[in-house]
Design a protein around this ligand. Structure first.
Ligand SMILES: Cc1ncc(COP(=O)(O)O)c(C=O)c1O
Length: 409
């Protein structure tokens, strides 16, 4: 007899998630997320919110007071940033070098921006001077750019963009969902105005909370549009003509919620806050630079192992993200069939790719909790077996040996 659904507990299979994210969450984060709930305005809870803000200032490497969490996946952070910064008709420049650049364009268009796009072929990134030339030509109010575009596994260098934006009076927004914690990123030193992230990559958590940091000058633009909703507004506060076009993602109201006024906006996603706090605590405990170095080590070992197996890596290697690598699917090997064999026979998930790269490139991650030697070696050994069975000519043991050489060095 088939048991009724009500009798079945959630019992997911054990998997090693070695794709481009989500990755297997750190058990410490999962434990934190099973802690009991308290009311959202309980003094313990408001203290936990303030602690989380302080931890994320370290993670983002910023002194920005406006550093907090947006409830929702990384895309929620992106939407909150863009809908709160953009007023309909504002010019926004989006350099696109992968799928997530297209997402920024899409969201900016929906916010009513006059969007200008410059594109690079996937597998490459922009030079700072190309971006400055595009800024000169389009004179945008906002430059919106992805840092690590998971779709191509490349990281756009951002360190010069803050100074360029400052020279041209442009607000710099960046999506660091896939890069934060595993690749060097410095909000203040690089002059970034707004950055948004997610937990499910190098931060070692599940998706569902989006950390954000906002500079004082970006905050001033957002707060100039403050419009507190009826029913909770104080006497004398009225609906503003220029109010932000989303209620849920209205950063002006969300800042009032996280600030001393503790304005009642949404109901806090308490369990996600516990998880996000633990993700940041893990990173701060390890040290941000040490966490980046760990991702660089295990990412290099994975890349070396794949190369030693005779596989070709995708994209400009000089700007590869530490935490995910693109692998060209060898001729004669079915891209999706091999991924299925990895999952069915070894319980290891590796990633497919989007758009023009689908079926041509796999993406293999080494991030967060899975930026570990055993995870790297197990994945390489399993992939070697799958490729050998598929008829790919390789030297037995070469992949694991290639990675071990990196560890030995
Ligand atoms: C660079 C980047 N931006 C945005 C997103 C969207 O994140 P989410 O699916 O958490 O909304 C992803 C997800 O993979 C990503 O890699």
């Amino acid at each position: 007899m088939t048991p009724s659904i009500a009798a079945l507990p959630i019992d997911p299979p054990a998997r090693l998630l070695m794709g481009p994210g989500p990755i297997s969450a750190d058990p410490r984060v999962l434990r934190a997320m099973s802690a009991r709930l308290v009311g959202q305005f309980d003094p313990w809870m408001t203290d936990a919110m303030s602690e989380t803000q302080a931890l994320y200032r370290d993670v983002f490497q910023t002194a920005n007071d406006a550093t907090l969490l947006i409830d929702g996946t990384s895309r929620a952070g992106i939407e909150a940033a863009l809908v709160s910064l953009i007023e309909p008709g504002d010019r926004v420049l989006v350099p696109v070098f992968g799928r997530f650049g297209h997402l920024l364009r899409e969201i900016a268009e929906r916010c009513g921006a006059d969007v200008h796009v410059v594109e690079r072929e996937w597998g490459t990134v922009f030079t700072a001077s190309e971006i400055e030339a595009a800024i000169r030509e389009t004179t945008p109010k906002i430059l919106a750019i992805v840092h690590g575009d998971t779709s191509t596994t490349l990281a756009q260098p951002l360190d010069e963009l803050g100074a360029i934006c400052e020279r041209h009076g442009v607000i710099l927004y960046t999506d660091v969902t896939a890069s934060l914690g595993g690749n060097t990123f410095r909000t203040d030193a690089w002059g970034v105005d707004v950055a948004t992230a997610g937990l499910q990559k190098c931060l070692g958590g599940p998706s569902g909370s989006s950390p954000i940091t906002i500079s004082d000058r970006a905050r001033a633009l957002i707060e100039a549009r403050t419009s507190i909703e009826a029913g909770i507004r104080a006497d004398g506060e009225e609906t503003q003509e220029r109010r932000i076009r989303s209620n849920y993602f209205d950063l002006a109201q969300i800042l009032e919620y996280w600030g001393p006024r503790r304005l009642n906006h949404h109901t806090e996603a308490t369990t996600m806050l516990y998880g996000a706090r633990e993700c940041a605590r893990l990173l701060v405990e390890e040290g941000i630079d040490a966490a980046v170095a760990r991702h660089a080590l295990h990412g290099s070992a994975m890349a070396a192992g794949l190369t030693a197996m005779g596989l070709e890596l995708y994209g400009d290697r000089s700007v590869r993200m530490n935490n995910v690598v693109g692998v060209v699917v060898p001729d004669g090997i079915p891209a999706d069939g091999a991924r299925t064999a990895m999952l069915d026979d070894f319980a290891i998930e590796i990633g497919t790719s989007f758009g023009p790269l689908h079926g041509k490139v796999w993406r293999i991650g080494t991030m967060g909790y899975n930026a570990r030697k055993d995870a790297v070696l197990t994945t390489l050994a399993a992939l070697e077996n799958v490729l050998a069975r598929g008829g790919f000519a390789l030297t037995a043991g070469a992949g694991v040996a290639g990675a071990l050489e990196v560890y030995a060095a």
